[in-house]
Design a protein around this ligand. Sequence first.
Ligand SMILES: NC(=O)C1=CN([C@@H]2O[C@H](COP(=O)(O)OP(=O)(O)OC[C@H]3O[C@@H](n4cnc5c(N)ncnc54)[C@H](OP(=O)(O)O)[C@@H]3O)[C@@H](O)[C@H]2O)C=CC1
Ligand SMILES: O=C1OC[C@@H](O)[C@H](O)[C@H]1O
Length: 393
Amino acid sequence: MASTTPYTIRWGIMATGWIAEMFSKDLLTNPAARDVHDVRHEIVAVASSSAKERAAEFITKIDGPSTAKTYGSYHELVADPDVDIVYVATPHSHHFQNAMLALDAGKNVLCEKALTVNAAQARKLVDKAREKNVFFMEAVWTRYFPISIKVRELVASGAIGNVYRAVADLSFGNDAPEGKVTFKDSHRMVNIDLAGGALLDLGIYSLTWVFQALYHVQPEEGKEAPKVVAAINKYHTGADETTSIIVQFPKHKSQGIALTSLRVGTDVDGHNSGGPAIRIQGSGGEIQVMGPAYRPLQYKVIKKDGGGKVEVVDCPIPKDPARDWGHGMFWEADECARCLRDGKKESATLPWSESIMIMEVMEEALKQGGVEYPELISTDVFDAQSPLNTGKR
Ligand SMILES: NC(=O)C1=CN([C@@H]2O[C@H](COP(=O)(O)OP(=O)(O)OC[C@H]3O[C@@H](n4cnc5c(N)ncnc54)[C@H](OP(=O)(O)O)[C@@H]3O)[C@@H](O)[C@H]2O)C=CC1
Ligand SMILES: O=C1OC[C@@H](O)[C@H](O)[C@H]1O
């Protein structure tokens, strides 16, 4: 008889910023609130590179367990034998060094998107995960939403015929006077030292939808690396502010258009009046996903021969009533738990090869647009004592 005891994984949280807070609050929700009964999560440690006190404040802020250990360094966190898996929640610039620190210590790792700054770094992380025989996944949370699963199923089942094109946009309207955007130059969204820019932060979701529709659902033998054509407008910091990418899959005669910008928003009025953020177009119909691309809540299916009928499906994100919380990041955490339970080292929903391929596309686009990140953050040589690991800023 199958066990009724949920499998528990013990998380160590690396960094105490905004997304660490969102994710950790999701970990603390009751899985039953999303009808999950086979896995559960515990936060056993939190590390801040700034100070141990910051880790303690973080636990208070998330209403986390008082038993969780607090560390003032990432090194201490990865050495903690009670931590099963480390969640890396630092800026993009830090992912390679921080994730490598944890993998090298033999930890399973869930690393925030964008996985790295370039494809060579991503390959090195995957090699290390393989060498250490540990689980490793890029935290593209949207992939694990029921809405994504449903859309992938629809595409794979031929519900809209042969899919030839996908257009996806994730853009924020942060335009400001005098050529500026509303983010300060030091903010991670535009700071070149933190691998800022629209593409690595937002455009990755546009590419995620393009890849979900045109690549992921293909049989293994049918998968091909796309041709990439990109146009980039650079911000005065050197980061990309508006990026448009065409990915072409010649064998399948399909094209994806991935758009992102910090100047104009996908959702101009905050009410989705601008239409879908994602359009997946096939010979027999179209699937539209209402944005934002990272956290969509509704899709539509329009059939060519449907006589004007549009099927509209809402996919709300469940809240834990006891905590009045539910952001949607728990589904990727559940995936990690199931993979650990089942001895899997990578997730079939976002395999290592696909994370690497998307990094290759982004690297090529940035190259075409002349965006260059500093050596400290783009090197693929691991250094445990890098300031990115020690926090010496
Ligand atoms: N999945 C999603 O929906 C989202 C994902 N993200 C991703 O999460 C990552 C972090 O983003 P976010 O939480 O918004 O960023 P924040 O700036 O809010 O937090 C980043 C944290 O990283 C640590 N850090 C270490 N070194 C530095 C440094 N030099 N500068 C700034 N922070 C540093 C800090 O924690 P400490 O001092 O405690 O070490 C800091 O609090 C990014 O990769 C981003 O793409 C972001 C938002 C949403
Ligand atoms: O991953 C993300 O999704 C939500 C955005 O607000 C954020 O900038 C980005 O990092």
